[in-house]
Design a protein around this ligand. Structure first.
Ligand SMILES: [Zn+2]
Length: 271
């Protein structure tokens, strides 16, 4: 990240934090910056002039990390990858030649993505995880048959089962527990596909450490819809309408939220 981009992002971030009512006591709302903020989260996959984009060297490292994380997922399998820890990821890299050991530069990038303040590229949500090495305790999660995903036992599982029963239809779990590594892989893949645009990636995916999938949230969708579940189409389904009619469901990222994230009608807030 070069300094110019960093400063631009800080300026944009400062403007946004005063936007939609967050610090009402501070400066009066600036219409232009609110408009710009809303335009970005309503068009998450567009490249915007004020987006923070990784420099060329970082982009090359990002591409390597993306390849290596994909190789780790292939070796451990999709389901296990959802709950894989950072230390286990390193161990798989050392042991399997088709993955290969993560380089110092790659680890530096992953550490900076985890530990740096994501508001610098426009993500303003809370950070529920504090350590890159945080593990998912397998005694605390339940694998949901036919989905490849897990949910946390207790509150998350109770809510998931209740919702499934009351909404019925073709509703299913589309993403549940995500370890730090899983969130890294999703974020890095998105940023790599977006030519290193970290702001663009963070409008659709919480950066590693910032995802509530790490502590209890889960996504629901229509069985057989695949990636289409993660589009606005989900908001037009009977299942989504029924979900809202239940009256006790909270969406983590509602329309025009303050976290810098697109509308995610499928993402159920648990904690
Ligand atoms: Zn989600």
């Amino acid at each position: 990240m070069d300094r110019r981009h960093f400063l631009q992002a800080m300026a944009a971030g400062a403007a946004c934090m005063q936007a939609p009512g967050l610090h009402a006591a501070q400066k009066p709302l600036d219409d232009a910056s609110i408009k710009d903020y809303l335009f970005k989260i309503r068009h998450p996959d567009m490249h915007h002039a004020s987006d923070v984009v990784a420099d060329e060297r970082t982009r090359a490292i990002l591409a390597n990390v993306n390849r290596r994380l994909t190789a780790v997922r292939e070796v451990v399998g999709f389901g296990n990858f959802n709950v894989l820890s950072f230390d286990e990821m390193l161990e798989f890299g050392r042991r399997y030649s088709q993955i290969g050991e993560f380089t110092r530069a790659e680890l530096d990038l992953l550490e900076s993505l985890f530990y740096e303040d994501a508001s610098r590229y426009g993500f303003y949500g809370e950070k529920p995880l504090g350590k890159i090495t945080q593990r998912v305790d397998l005694r605390e999660v339940i694998k949901i048959p036919n989905t490849g995903h897990y949910v946390f036992a207790g509150k998350s599982l109770t809510l998931y089962e209740k919702v499934l029963k009351q909404v019925g239809g073709n509703l299913t779990l589309t993403s549940g527990v995500r370890s730090v590594v899983k969130q890294m892989q999703l974020f890095v893949a998105k940023a790599d596909a977006a030519d290193g645009n970290l702001s663009l990636a963070s409008r659709s995916l919480a950066p590693p450490g910032y995802s509530f999938h790490g502590v209890g949230d889960f996504d629901v969708g229509i069985r057989g819809w695949g990636e289409r579940n993660f589009t606005d189409d989900f908001a037009d389904t009977d299942e989504f309408r029924k979900l809202l009619d239940l009256g006790y469901i909270d969406i983590r990222y509602p329309q025009d939220n303050h976290q810098g994230v697109r509308f995610e009608p499928w993402h159920i807030k648990v904690t």
